[in-house]
Design a protein around this ligand. Structure first.
Ligand code: PHE
Length: 342
């Protein structure tokens, strides 16, 4: 029976099987237990021989059961470890981090370049009085420029006494606010959102401009030209950048110039600073005496230049982006394509 039980223990595949073998041998009515009970009725001589042998047999089966139990438990643990195995050396999944919007990136670049030239940053409201947006900039109510601007007017209730407001159509009203608040001399840029009711590949109803304003005792167009060339050299990272000042007209500057940058469109690829094409990038001029006067600045004593540039527009040129509207679609694929998102 020793061989029988040891073999059964060794073959027991799980906990209930071991228990069954143990009960069969060592349980109250187990085969070994019954034999031990017989000892009492044996002759002393026979008992002397059988007693230790049975004890040894019981101990041997008991320790075999114990060992088998331990082995089964080890096996179960090993199984579990295998099933629940976790590779802690794997790279973590990439976390999707947000990135700065291209328009914000370009705005920061523009601010940094002009900061190096001594320009501070000025701000004004996006909901602007029509006086700041038009009248103070020498655009009286009957002026055709008011119609050309595709202005969004703020709705007014009947009998509203407040001044009429518009969504500012350009950053030029910040010229007025900045000079009125800080006086002159001054050197400032004013980046921000502007609004015009217009929508196609190169126009969105909201877009971004940066205004420039420099007023002192003897500022001239030459200073304007140098500042803009310096800016374009830095911004487009082109040493031999070439600008063309084309005579133009704005009510708030005299004389006025629109500025084009030399570029080429070879094979649908835009290159700044080479080629025989010109692309308009901004409007500029010498601040009109009436504008200075509207901001309580004496036009006899002070003069200077102003310019207004489309931020989205120069971003399109710098990064070769053909459609302005994509800037405001929040399409991650587009942002990734131009390297604006991870
Ligand atoms: N405000 C003009 C525009 O939006 C640009 C401009 C600004 C022109 C300053 C001259 C001087 O088109």
């Amino acid at each position: 029976i020793r061989v029988k039980y040891l073999a059964e223990v060794a073959e027991a595949a799980d906990e209930p099987a071991i228990e069954a073998v143990r009960v069969a041998a060592l349980g109250k009515k187990g085969e070994v237990s019954l034999m031990m009970r017989e000892l009492g009725r044996m002759e002393p001589e026979a008992r002397k021989a059988a007693g230790p042998a049975l004890n040894a047999l019981r101990d041997e089966i008991e320790s075999a059961v114990k060992a088998r139990r331990a082995a089964l438990a080890d096996g179960a643990l090993a199984e579990r470890l295998k099933a629940e195995w976790l590779d802690v050396t794997l790279d973590p999944r990439p976390a999707a981090a947000g990135t700065i919007h291209p328009v914000s990136q370009v705005t920061e670049e523009v601010v940094a370049i002009f900061a190096a030239l001594g320009f501070t940053v000025a701000e004004g409201p996006q909901i602007e009085t029509d006086w700041h947006n038009f009248d103070a900039l020498n655009i009286p109510p009957e002026h055709p420029a008011r119609q050309e601007m595709d202005t969004f007017y703020m709705a007014r209730a009947e009998g509203d006494e407040r001044a009429p407001h518009v969504l500012r159509t350009h950053t030029s009203p910040v010229q007025i606010r900045h000079m009125t608040a800080n006086g002159v001399p001054c050197r400032a840029i004013a980046p921000g959102r502007v609004y015009r009711c217009d929508y196609d590949q190169t126009h969105t109803p909201m877009f971004h401009q940066v205004e420039g304003l420099c007023i002192d005792r003897n500022i001239s167009m030459a200073n304007l030209k140098w500042v803009l060339e310096e800016f374009c050299r830095s911004f487009f990272e082109v040493e031999g950048v070439e600008l063309r000042f084309r005579a133009s007209h704005f009510p708030f500057t005299e004389p006025s110039a629109e500025v084009d940058i030399r570029c080429s469109w070879a094979g649908g690829q835009l290159r700044i600073g080479e080629g025989d094409d010109w692309l308009e990038i901004l409007g500029s001029g010498m601040v009109h005496p009436k504008v200075l006067a509207a901001a309580n600045v004496d036009p006899e004593a002070w003069q200077g230049f102003a310019f207004g540039m489309g931020i989205d527009r120069i971003a399109m040129l710098k990064y070769g982006i053909p459609d302005l509207r994509a800037f405001f679609d929040s399409d991650l694929r587009w942002l990734r394509h131009y390297g604006f998102a991870a």
